[in-house]
Design a protein around this ligand. Structure first.
Ligand SMILES: N[C@@H](CCC(=O)N[C@@H](CS)C(=O)NCC(=O)O)C(=O)O
Length: 203
């Protein structure tokens, strides 16, 4: 059986990284296909929706959409609760995390510096904090569904890691640090042995 092949950009961030991390946490040997940005233009028209990540399984055409890929990995490798309603709740959080990304990405490409500052400040004080408070209420603790790390924890870890890097101008890196359950979740994922192993691997 050929390994599953995950294709994404060669950076440890965003939608591709959370799929890689889900495979790593599940202990799956997968092909980690990383492409350079300058190779993207020629690959793009050959992907299902012109975006990455894509997943290829033996004998099947590529599929896209990070949350669908995460759902597949989670169902197959026990990163979702066995209770159907709990699983549904966890999957809903993957969508909520995507909504946050979409909200923030509306400010990408704003060229005017003052306008960017205004929009990002508004985001940080409003929608991002509201999203965080809503997400906080969804966490049983220490992980989303309780004691066991699952797929939503992995996605939240990557999204929170993005905010914490402070790479979004005018969005303070500690914008969600006041939320204890989200912070504990982030730290618990970061220190999970499989996650530590993933980031310590030789590259
Ligand atoms: N809805 C898609 C969005 C995928 C997406 O926007 N991917 C970005 C990278 S995170 C991308 O491929 N950007 C390059 C492009 O759109 O040309 C998903 O969740 O996977």
């Amino acid at each position: 059986m050929k390994k599953p092949k995950l294709t994404y950009f060669d950076n440890s961030a965003s939608r591709g990284e959370e799929c890689r991390l889900a495979f790593a946490v599940a202990g799956v040997d997968f092909e980690d296909n990383r492409i350079a940005f300058d190779a993207w233009a020629s690959l793009k028209p050959n992907t299902p929706f012109g975006a990455l990540p894509i997943l290829e399984l033996e004998g099947k055409p590529a599929v896209s959409q990070a949350n669908a890929i995460l759902g597949y990995i989670a169902r197959k490798h026990e990163l979702l609760p066995s209770d159907e309603w709990e699983a549904l709740r966890v999957l809903s959080l993957l969508e909520a995390a995507e909504e946050l990304r979409h909200t923030i990405s509306k400010t990408f490409g704003i060229k005017d510096a003052a306008e960017l500052e205004r929009r990002r400040t508004e985001l940080a004080q409003g929608p991002i904090r509201t999203w965080g408070a809503n997400m906080e209420r969804q966490i049983v603790g220490p992980f989303v569904a309780g004691a066991q790390l699952g797929v939503a924890d992995i996605k939240l870890f990557v999204v929170l890691g993005w905010l914490k890097k402070g790479v979004l101008d005018h969005v303070p890196s500690d914008v969600l640090d006041h939320l204890p359950k989200l912070q504990a979740l982030f730290e618990n994922v970061k220190h999970h042995p499989r996650v530590v192993e993933w980031y310590a691997r030789p590259r």
